[in-house]
Design a protein around this ligand. Structure first.
Ligand code: AHG
Ligand code: MN
Ligand code: MN
Length: 344
């Protein structure tokens, strides 16, 4: 089918979409819409910076390290500052937490506090930024007890408590993927008018797939269930699965999730035996939880292998978790392999 451009009168903007969705909720005050609007403004600014790249001198390393001991890119810091500045003044937030900042970020005294908390990974896939591959911003919204100055413990809530999760992809198109617990919708930034337009309504992950995503260089550190699963995929038509598999690994979680939302697949950044202090690479509060919410809302599954990601009770704001998600049938198979004692 050939795609034709829609006339502007058919287009639904993100703002219209959210306002119409909120109208259906009895206690919606419009605050959430304003909060989301500020997140979106930050992401448009980030999109612009990422797009200008070397022209405005934002590529390369900043020479500093974050709490995880990872070397920060200049854009890790710039995008973090953009998010904080776009969100701290609005009066919708009790506080924020960022992958790039050690402790939760307080709302400056001069601004009112609100009823939400936002957690974010301001630049996901930042190792790809200098080679001009897709990067993104991931965010998660929780409710905040009103009138309290939130401490770290107030952020340590299960993924099931998220009221909204989303990510913005800075790729060939800039796209926003969003859930408020009522399915997943995708919006494309129309650069000419500066608005996100609904282009991917009710995204659903196909249950069947023949595509997996994993960093194969870590193979020697994997646990037996993961080894077995990948071996069987690679054995292809002649192996126990009786079909050939394809592999993709962008090394930008946002891009790998977006591909899986569109055409299915399974993603693994599993527990590995390198360092028991670091069970997996991806961060629960800024990456795993928001993506798990989106994946489940699109009909997929998200697990550590041992438990549902959204059910994890967090103990550290920067904790890492093993992550396996995507097409339902494949994730179920992996969970089954983890449950078989002979595999462990
Ligand atoms: P970040 O850039 O926010 O630190 O996240 C990078 C993550 C994620 O986007 C990706 O899936 C994974 O790291 C890639 O890991 P490898 O470098 O091990 O492939
Ligand atoms: Mn990340
Ligand atoms: Mn990051």
């Amino acid at each position: 089918m050939t795609q034709t451009a829609k006339s502007h009168s058919d287009q639904v903007t993100l703002t219209q979409f959210i306002i119409e969705q909120q109208r259906g909720l009895p206690d919606a005050s419009g605050t959430f819409t304003l909060l989301l609007n500020n997140i979106v403004i930050a992401c448009k600014q980030i999109s612009h910076r990422v797009n200008r790249g070397a022209l405005i001198g934002v590529l390369g390393s900043a020479g500093s390290e974050n709490v995880q001991g990872e070397v920060q890119k200049k854009l890790d810091i710039i995008t973090n500052d953009i998010m904080v500045r776009a969100l701290d003044w609005g009066g919708h937030l009790g506080g924020m937490a960022s992958e790039e900042i050690d402790d939760p970020i307080k709302i400056p005294k001069q601004y009112p506090k609100g009823k939400y908390l936002v957690l974010f990974d301001p630049l996901d896939g930042s190792s790809n930024i200098d080679i001009n591959l897709t990067v993104g911003t991931i965010f998660s919204v929780l409710r905040c007890r009103e009138g309290v100055e939130p401490e770290t413990e107030d952020f340590l809530r299960k993924g099931t408590e998220q009221v909204c999760a989303g990510f913005v992809l800075y790729g060939p198109s800039t796209m926003l993927v969003l859930t408020t617990g009522n399915g997943v919708n995708g919006f494309t930034l129309d650069q000419d008018i500066g608005e996100f337009i609904l282009t991917h309504r009710n995204m659903r992950i196909p249950e069947e797939t023949s595509e997996f995503a994993i960093n194969m260089s870590n193979q020697r550190f994997w646990e037996p269930p993961v080894k077995r699963y990948i071996d069987e995929c690679i054995a292809g038509q002649e192996g126990p699965r009786g079909k050939n598999f394809n592999m993709r690994w962008v090394a930008s979680l946002v891009a790998d999730v977006y591909r899986i939302l569109n055409r299915g697949g399974v993603f693994l950044y599993p527990f590995d035996l390198r360092d028991p202090e670091r069970p997996g690479k991806l961060r629960l509060m800024y990456e795993a939880n928001p993506m798990a919410f989106i994946i489940e809302q699109a009909g997929g599954l998200c697990s550590t292998g041992a438990e549902r990601v959204l059910d994890i009770k967090p103990h550290d704001i920067h904790q890492r978790v093993p992550l396996i998600f995507g097409s339902k049938n494949e994730v179920e198979r992996l969970i089954d392999y983890y449950q078989q004692p002979t595999n462990n």
